[in-house]
Each structure stands twice: as structure tokens, then as C-alpha cells.
Design a protein around this ligand. Structure first.
Ligand code: FPP
Length: 237
């Protein structure tokens, strides 16, 4: 059955890989690997049903504090993911954008993400944002720096500065705001993910751990979203 009101932009905090691994007596790296299986299905389904933008939180600016072996495993998974999936993503017209500071990524990961962005840049299907070395506060700082450079060149001033200048300086430039944030694993936090873009987003928190999050669960969340009334600070007509 078709869902009536689809969100244009869905953002997902894929939490619970570590706990999933523990429950299955596996290494944390295996938990993340299973997490990639889940995200593959969610990307495919989002593309099939016509979601415009899907943002996935893969690695935060705070995740560098994890043990070195885990950071290495995550970076390796990111490299593997882009190499293994790029052909299918490209065939399905998926357009990839990395949200976050790419310069700080290890060489191999940086090359893989740049390749994925470049290969898919002309695509017109699902806009897939993968947040890597991303933090919303860091994004705002990065945006302010860009705006200051523009001001120094005389392109903007305190009088002419508007929200659209700020929005164009974010990693999500020219994309719609987030309509729906989904977080798995029972935690009810936004953890520095797309804070500006989620100002009016609906929030959906699920107890399932990310590797257990299936298309049927996603569909249920989308159906729930479809039934919610959004007022954006105004009153219902
Ligand atoms: C949170 O689980 C998950 C992450 C920090 C990483 C999410 C990454 C992936 C699903 C795979 C890599 C992404 C790509 C694009 C290939 P957690 O480890 O914090 O779980 P826990 O809270 O149960 O320990």
C-alpha cells in the first residue's frame, strides 16, 4: 500500500551496533558490519519509494574518541561500502554527498568518498547524505567561517546577511529541511546531528538496535509520520 505523505528528508541515527554485537557474542566491528547490511536495505527502499533526501549518521566528530581499532574498522567499512555499492547506487541514480570534514579522513576513506561524490554528482534520484566526521556544531562553525570569508570579500555584510546565506553555507546547502529524524536503540537524543536542519522535524525513537531495523520497521515509522499533523509553529487551519 502506498504511504500518503512521505517525508521529503529523512535523517537516521543508526545506533546500537555495539549492543547488538554484545548480544550476539560478536566483536564490535561485526556489529558495525551488520549495521551496513541494514543501511543497504534502507537506502534501496528509500530510493524505490521516492524519498528525496536520506541522511545517515555514520561517524561523528566525537567518534574519534573511540578505541583506535574501532575507528579503523569503521573507516575500513566506509571504504568497502563505497567500493562495493557504487555501481548499484549509480545505476539507481542515487546522488551522494558527504556531510562533514573530509580533509581529516584517512587517505583511503577520503579517496573513496570523493570518488563516490564525483561519480554520482550528475544523478537526479535519491540524494544520499552520509555524515562522516560530522557534528552539527562543527558544521555551524564551518559555515560561519565561510560567511566571514564572504564578508571579507565584500559579498555580504551584517545588514544583508540572511538565513538563506547561512543555509547555503551548511553541508546540506540547497537541500530541504529534515522532516523526520529516526533513532534506533532506545536512546532519545539528537547527538549533534543536523540540529539546524531538524528545527521542525518529527522525531521517531525506536527500541530496536540498528542491525535489527528492517524495511518493515521503516515502513511503520513512515506510516506513523504520514498520520502526524505538522504546524511549524502556526495553528491548525
Ligand atoms: C552507533 O552504534 C553506530 C555508529 C557509531 C556507527 C554507524 C555506522 C555504520 C552503521 C556503518 C558504517 C557506515 C557506512 C556508511 C559504511 P554504537 O556502536 O554506538 O552502538 P552502541 O551504543 O550499542 O555501542
Amino acid at each position: 500500500m502506498q504511504i500518503e505523505h512521505l517525508p521529503r528528508h529523512v535523517a537516521i541515527i543508526m545506533d546500537g551496533n555495539g549492543r547488538w554485537a554484545k548480544r550476539h557474542a560478536l566483536s564490535v566491528a561485526m556489529g558495525h558490519r551488520q549495521g551496513v547490511e541494514a543501511l543497504r536495505e534502507i537506502i534501496r527502499y528509500s530510493s524505490d519509494i521516492g524519498i528525496k533526501v536520506l541522511s545517515l549518521y555514520a561517524f561523528s566528530t566525537e567518534n574519534w574518541q573511540r578505541p583506535a581499532f574501532e575507528v579503523k574498522a569503521l573507516m575500513q567499512l566506509i571504504v568497502e561500502f563505497f567500493h562495493a555499492e557504487i555501481d548499484e547506487l549509480h545505476e539507481n541514480k542515487v546522488k551522494i554527498r558527504i556531510l562533514g570534514g573530509k580533509d581529516a579522513l584517512p587517505e583511503e576513506a577520503r579517496k573513496a568518498v570523493l570518488m563516490a561524490e564525483e561519480r554520482t554528482q550528475k544523478n537526479t534520484g535519491l540524494q544520499l547524505n552520509i555524515a562522516i566526521n560530522y557534528g552539527a556544531r562543527d558544521e555551524l562553525l564551518h559555515a560561519v567561517k565561510k560567511l566571514l570569508e564572504k564578508a571579507q570579500k565584500g559579498e555580504i555584510s551584517a545588514d544583508t546577511l540572511s538565513l538563506s546565506h547561512l543555509e547555503e553555507a551548511l553541508y546540506t546547502a540547497s537541500q530541504p529541511d529534515v522532516d523526520l529524524v529516526i533513532r534506533t536503540s532506545g536512546e532519545k537524543r539528537l547527538s549533534n546531528f543536523l540540529l539546524y536542519q531538524s528545527a521542525y522535524a518529527e522525531l521517531s525513537f525506536l527500541d530496536k538496535l540498528w542491525p535489527d531495523f528492517k524495511v518493515a520497521d521503516y515502513r511503520q515509522v513512515l506510516e506513523d509520520f504520514s498520520g502526524r499533523q505538522r504546524r511549524f509553529g502556526g495553528r491548525q487551519a
